[in-house]
Design a protein around this ligand. Structure first.
Ligand SMILES: *Cc1c(COP(=O)(O)O)cnc(C)c1O
Length: 425
């Protein structure tokens, strides 16, 4: 019998490439038919066949409060009733900017955009405009959205120029991006020693969440801060995923690193399209129309999207919120480790704040190369058994997972019961 999900997937593929508007949604890594979702509430999703799932994707990060939080929905409805868009300044944009600056003191000024990609792309242009330099440094396995300069992978050997990781990115553009190994401090020192005066910026996910979950090794982020300061390069922490997730003040608060610029997205839109980049006043004043670095957006600071973001940040900023949600993530990964051990499966897991990583590997990876050593086939089997049993994990072994403030003991117990079966699969 054909399910409604299958019918929709077939229909979607007629008019939308692979049937999806962002590649990972097509389930290519794990195979099978992606559920088409119809509604969500708290920790739950319902698909087109009426099946309920416990959600550990959270729209890839934004849904930290859980789905359809009544106060967020109310704020969005009220804003929508007033106006959908002005393309002109509003008071709520100031409030969101003030909230971001208060929660992240390294951000002295901030500009709102509509996606994480726009935020990183603009921050890089700003860093180049500010320093008058062209080279940028990124790390293998970190994802910063799909701008040309950032779709670059390591060339052969350290300190060589990057190669495009997508067709359509000119090699001349990729050549301006140096790609280093996450957590390799020695390589950072050597790169700055060799190319320091040419480097405009270093961009990094302070906790890597786009190659599963990899924590920064002790000294790694400090070494970036120190080298950028010594060589006059701009340090950009890409907190699109980690912002308001790994701590109220982001990874920069958790690890005590003060970046020059920060990029944000996901949680600051509460599920609607908002991104932001901000940082040192001296650098932010180089943005048009104050300065020579051009950047703009028709829907930037959209009042409905900003209302969702503001309501979300307000609810996050309550005593005990981060501790509670971190506790949930911790209980989940401890439980999963127990089940794996009982089943005799080689498995490890870790969490930071409300983000977690699951690895079919004896210990959590510390580099991109180690992430690649995880047993992908074992993950795919685990994924499908969990999905069948109503647990929605990211459909790839290379994505971080997320819990929300609405996940509790009931959801964890149900997840562990499913995992008991899935580890046997
Ligand atoms: C999701 C993500 C982006 C891109 O954000 P979009 O809103 O998808 O464009 C950039 N950086 C990081 C760290 C992300 O996780």
């Amino acid at each position: 019998m054909t399910t409604r999900n299958e019918t929709l997937f077939e229909r979607a593929r007629q008019r939308i490439p692979a049937g999806v508007n962002s590649p990972v949604r097509a389930f290519r890594a794990v195979g099978g038919t992606p559920p088409f979702f119809e509604r969500a509430s708290g920790p739950h999703l319902w698909d087109a066949d009426g099946k309920r799932y416990i959600d550990y994707v959270g729209s890839w990060g934004p849904m930290v409060l859980g789905h359809t939080h009544p106060q967020v929905v109310e704020a969005v409805q009220a804003a929508a009733a007033r106006a959908l868009s002005f393309g002109a300044p509003t008071e709520s944009e100031i409030e969101l900017a003030e909230a971001i600056c208060r929660l992240m003191p390294s951000v002295e000024m901030v500009r709102l955009v509509s996606s994480g990609t726009e935020a990183t792309m603009s921050a890089i242009r700003l860093a180049r405009g500010h320093t008058g330099r062209n080279l940028i440094v990124k790390f293998e396995g970190c994802y910063h959205g799909h701008a040309d300069s950032l779709l670059v992978k390591a060339g052969s050997g350290a300190l060589t120029f990057g190669n495009p990781s997508s067709a359509g990115v000119p090699p001349e553009i990729a050549a301006l991006t140096l790609v280093l190994d996450f957590n390799n401090i020695d390589q950072i020192e050597k790169t700055f020693a060799a190319r320091g005066p040419e480097i405009a910026c270093v961009i990094v996910e302070p906790v890597a969440g786009n190659m599963n979950l990899v924590l920064p090794a002790p000294g790694f982020l400090d070494s970036l801060r120190e080298n950028c300061s010594r060589h006059g390069a701009v340090l950009i922490l890409d907190e699109v995923m980690t912002g308001f997730r790994v701590a109220l003040g982001g990874a920069q608060a958790r690890y005590g690193i003060k970046p020059d610029l920060t990029t944000l997205g996901k949680v600051i839109g509460g599920g609607l399209p908002v991104g932001a980049f901000g940082g040192k006043r001296e650098i932010m004043e180089k943005i048009a129309p104050l300065g020579p670095v051009y950047q703009a957006g028709t829907l930037s600071g959209n009042p409905v999207a900003v209302a969702a973001g503001l309501a979300t940040l307000k609810l996050l900023d309550t005593p005990g919120f981060q501790e509670k949600i971190s506790g949930v993530a911790d209980a989940l990964i401890q439980g999963l480790k127990n089940e794996a051990q009982k089943a005799g499966v080689v498995f490890s897991a870790q969490s930071v704040g409300s983000m977690f990583g699951l690895y079919f590997r004896a210990v959590p990876p510390t580099s991109f190369a180690e992430v690649m050593q995880c047993d992908k086939d074992r993950f795919n089997k685990f994924f499908h058994t969990m999905l069948e049993r109503g647990v929605y994990l990211a459909p790839s072994a290379y994505e971080a997972g997320f819990v929300s403030a609405t996940h509790g003991t009931t959801e964890i117990d149900a997840t562990l019961a499913a995992a008991r079966e899935a580890f046997k699969a």
